[in-house]
Design a protein around this ligand. Structure first.
Ligand code: GLN
Length: 374
């Protein structure tokens, strides 16, 4: 028997998203758990990819295909020099963990948190410090608790807006308060903005606009263009820091899939010109309303999202296992987003990036199940 694996391997197990998708398949459940769209990506993206395969097939520079950096720079209003293309937003986040903190450092983040944040922090030897959001009839940022969580060991604040799983978007005032804290305590800010085009009221403010010298923005073509399996993400770094971050990511995947980078480069300006994002928002708004109204009609407490394709609600007394096995609807249990404090009673997350037919059928199944259960 060879030597044991490094204890680091114990940090992580099967993700809740993979687990719920596996259970959904096993039980013939409708999958409102893992957030991946049922819609195919837009035809203009697929067409661009078909053309790129066989043309753009070799390594790109580790900072990304130059045409994609250019297209992103144009779209985001930043310099191409400050962009690092990554294999999905997940690699963007892990490259930032590698670049910004390590053993003995603390990273302050909010709870509920997106699952990758914790293992990625632990794997570089840093300590996640979780600050619970307040849940009244809506999700609220507790700025005082955020400030209390900062210590001399804090290196970075990690925030997510539009926010998975809460569906909230931080106001400009909240972002300004976050920036003030970061400046006072000299912290980096990692701003996970992968749902930047998915909002239902006012558009979110990009955090880097308020503090370009310390904000690293994480973005995702998979989220914007409905192709989560393509693994094309990006980081916008503060000026001058892209080479160092590129240095980290080049030893994990070296570069992202070249033809898919080329396709995204082509698709980004088309998406703007053709009004793809407003259409996407409208389609999600309809599905959000369908789900929210259906759940409310069953008497459930729903926390209406203003961004992302997730909705949180309370279903007290029911486990995700029971729901997937007996109601045959897969959701994500709220507990999956909590590690330091107890999750709000009965909290569940639904993904509404699914077909209206699937959402309607899931609602029917839930209603029937709740009725039988009494
Ligand atoms: N972002 C998606 C979600 O929250 C899935 C992430 C994943 O499975 N890696 O559901």
């Amino acid at each position: 028997m060879p030597a044991e694996l490094h204890p680091r391997t114990k940090i992580t197990t099967e993700s809740i998203f993979s687990r719920m998708s596996r259970l959904a398949l096993q039980h013939g459940a409708i999958n409102l758990g893992q957030g991946f769209p049922s819609n195919p990506p837009p035809a203009f993206l697929l067409e661009a990819a078909r053309k790129a395969v066989g043309t753009v097939d070799q390594y790109t520079p580790p900072f990304g295909l130059p045409s994609l950096r250019e297209a992103l720079a144009e779209d985001l209003g930043v310099s191409p020099e400050d962009i690092v293309v990554t294999a999905g937003a997940t690699e963007a986040l892990s490259s930032l963990a590698d670049s910004l903190y390590g053993v003995g450092d603390e990273v302050v983040m909010l709870e509920p948190y997106f699952d990758a944040y914790l293992p990625q922090t632990l794997m570089v030897g840093a300590r996640p410090v979780l600050v619970p959001m307040r849940l009244t009839d809506r999700w609220e940022l507790d700025l005082e608790a955020l400030e209390r969580a900062i210590t001399p060991r804090s290196r970075a604040l990690l925030v997510n807006s539009p926010y998975n799983p809460t569906g909230s978007i931080f106001s400009r005032e909240e972002l300004e308060a976050i920036v003030t804290l970061a400046r006072e305590h000299d912290l980096w800010i990692i701003s996970d903005e992968v749902y930047d085009e998915l909002y239902f009221e006012a558009p979110p403010t990009p955090l880097r606009a308020l503090a370009p010298e310390r904000v690293f923005t994480v973005g995702s073509a998979g989220k914007r263009l409905e192709a989560t399996g393509w693994r094309i993400g990006w980081i916008v770094t503060p000026p001058g820091l892209a080479p160092a971050v590129t240095g980290m990511r080049q030893w994990s995947s070296f570069c992202s899939a070249a033809p898919l980078q080329a396709a995204v480069a082509q698709a980004l300006p088309i998406a703007r010109a053709e009004g793809f994002y407003p259409q996407l928002r409208e389609s999600y708004r309809q599905r959000k309303d369908l789900l929210a109204q259906g759940l409310q009609a069953m008497g459930l407490e729903v926390f209406e999202p203003v961004g992302t394709y997730f909705l949180t609600a309370r279903m007290p007394g029911l486990s995700a296992e029971t729901l997937v096995q007996q109601a045959r609807v897969a959701i994500i249990p709220g507990s999956a987003f909590y590690a330091s404090s107890p999750p709000p009673e009965g909290l569940v997350r639904f993904a509404f990036c699914k077909t209206p037919e699937d959402i309607a059928q899931a609602l029917e199944r839930l209603e029937r199940f709740l009725k039988i259960r009494g």
